[in-house]
Design a protein around this ligand. Structure first.
Ligand SMILES: [Zn+2]
Length: 284
């Protein structure tokens, strides 16, 4: 892995894929690395005095002519002072909409918004500070199981979901749901996996012989490519192991572009295999 800042734009056939940036925040390092001992993970990432580790929220823009797709909107600004302090939440680049404008796209031009699962750090930015959806012309997609969890979370899920993130999208008639696998457009699909959450999904783009995959929380950062590095946040660790064992080798063998939501420095990476160990590999 190179220490340099990774690339933020890649071409996939006719599609231009750009890493955007919403907020940066921090979560408990132990929770982020699950059963991996601190003596190992503390060498991989900076650690704050409160034992949290810094993380990005990287939405991605997929553009092909007039089709402009936002994958995973971001954490959003609807957080009180207490939460902002606890999660070290900041928007150094202004947040999702500023990042989108810097890429030359107005929110009204966004045609699709794809949400892999309903956790608040992934979909909070789908509504603005006024509580209304920020992409008024976009078809919004989320797995049916994640819609259910977000709108009516039980005690196990309550800490990870907020109904107010998704209800306005439902009320505006903008939300579509799927089960299993869903073609969004030719060459672009969402694949429901589960493990991390009930219906966490991959977004897979294939065009012109190239493949890009958005990993959501199945592989949150380049430090989570090695198969045993499963977060303690995952609802079903055995299922996470299964889906990671199936998909990470496939991505490495296929030389896919991998789009990582929580990686601060390497949002777009290839995966490599050395012996039995998978890792992120920075490619110019
Ligand atoms: Zn999540």
């Amino acid at each position: 892995m190179s220490g340099a800042e990774g690339r933020r734009v890649v071409q996939v056939g006719r599609w231009t894929v750009t890493a955007l940036r919403d907020g940066v925040f921090a979560l408990d390092g132990g929770a982020m690395f699950g059963v991996v001992p601190r003596v190992i993970w503390e060498k991989l990432t900076p650690v704050n005095p409160d034992h949290t580790v810094p993380l990005a929220t990287n939405p991605f823009l997929l553009e092909n002519g007039g089709t402009k797709i936002v994958v995973e909107p971001g954490i959003g600004h609807r957080w009180d002072e207490k939460a902002r302090a606890m999660f070290h939440l900041e928007w150094p680049d202004g947040g999702l909409l500023a990042s989108l404008r810097a890429a030359g796209v107005a929110p009204e031009q966004v045609t699709h918004c794809l949400m892999t699962h309903g956790h608040w750090d992934h979909i909070g930015a789908v509504c603005g500070e006024d509580g209304a959806p920020v992409f008024p012309a976009a078809a919004h997609w989320i797995p049916e199981s994640e819609k259910r969890a977000a709108l009516n979370p039980d005690h196990l899920r309550r800490a990870s979901y907020r109904a107010e993130d998704l209800q306005p999208v439902v009320d505006a008639g903008l939300l579509r749901t799927f089960r299993g696998e869903q073609e969004i457009l030719p060459g672009l699909r969402m694949v429901e996996l589960g493990g991390h959450s009930d219906g966490v999904s991959l977004v897979i783009l294939e065009d012109g012989g190239d493949t890009a995959c958005f990993w959501a929380d199945v592989v949150p950062t380049a430090n989570h490519v090695h198969l045993p590095f499963i977060m303690a946040y995952d609802m079903n660790a055995e299922k996470s192991w299964q889906v990671r064992s199936e998909w990470i080798p496939r991505a490495a063998a296929g030389r896919w572009w991998n789009l990582l939501y929580h990686d601060l420095h390497h949002p777009i990476l290839k995966f490599a295999k050395e012996g039995n160990r998978f890792s992120g590999s920075y490619v110019d």
